[in-house]
Design a protein around this ligand. Structure first.
Ligand code: HEM
Length: 201
């Protein structure tokens, strides 16, 4: 019974995670991305990457609050979606916006700080995605946890990148930054609590 419930939740989560990509494909083919489709593609893919990153960071706090197991089982899939969207975002910029003119991308990486920060976040997500397999967990041993704590660096940097490029106000960071602060604080409190319990009395 429990198995069937967890399978149903996993199937539902995978379906929901696929929905933004299906919507985007439909919008591209129906030419429904507005007057500046490339800007809309950049915005949509960047936002999707941040939202999947926030969802993956919500898994542990949700598990702590409810004792449910399934949030942790979905964490890897959510993180991989964040990386997929971030890669799509980079591709849209490099291929559609810059027309594949690589020297311009190199110049942007060096001269536009918000692009430099975006690239650092992408590299961090690449390292996390590349080491997300069970074989990597085994191979890296206790270093795996330390490496995957880089997600706590990647997420605030992703929001810094988004705020930096925003011309008017904070954009969606108005709700994403407080949510991220709460998620990071929850993890920090749990971590302090855990290390206090481990200390010999
Ligand atoms: C080399 C890597 C990256 C490049 C070149 C890049 C480039 C850009 C560009 C050109 C914009 C739009 C600027 C404008 O409209 O004037 C943007 C916005 C954004 N990017 Fe990136 N980005 C990169 C990495 C990332 C990553 C890794 C994430 C998330 C994990 C991300 C999330 C966002 C978000 C949320 C926005 C704001 C979207 C909005 O307007 O609401 N970017 N990025």
């Amino acid at each position: 019974m429990r198995f069937r419930r967890e399978t149903a939740i996993a199937l539902l989560a995978h379906g929901l995670a696929l929905a933004p990509l299906l919507w985007l494909s439909h919008a591209v083919f129906a030419a429904a991305l507005g007057a500046d489709p490339v800007a809309e593609l950049t915005r949509y893919s960047g936002q999707a990457a941040v939202i999947f990153l926030l969802l993956s960071l919500s898994a542990r706090p949700l598990r702590m609050l409810t004792q449910w197991q399934w949030p942790l089982r979905l964490r890897r899939m959510l993180g991989l979606w964040a990386f997929t969207w971030a890669s799509l975002h980079l591709l849209v910029y490099a291929v559609l916006d810059l027309g594949g003119y690589w020297p311009q991308l190199a110049e942007d990486l060096l001269k536009r700080p918000y692009i430099t920060v975006g690239a650092i976040v992408w590299l961090l997500l690449l390292a996390l995605a590349a080491t997300s397999t069970k074989a990597s967990v085994r191979r890296l041993g206790r270093h795996w946890k330390s490496l995957h704590r880089l997600v706590f660096v990647a997420a605030p940097l992703a929001l810094a990148h988004a705020i930096w490029q925003e011309k008017t106000g904070l954009g969606d960071a108005v709700w994403q930054a407080p949510l991220l602060a709460v998620l990071l604080m929850t993890r920090w409190v749990a971590w302090i609590d855990g290390s206090r319990k481990q200390r010999p009395q």
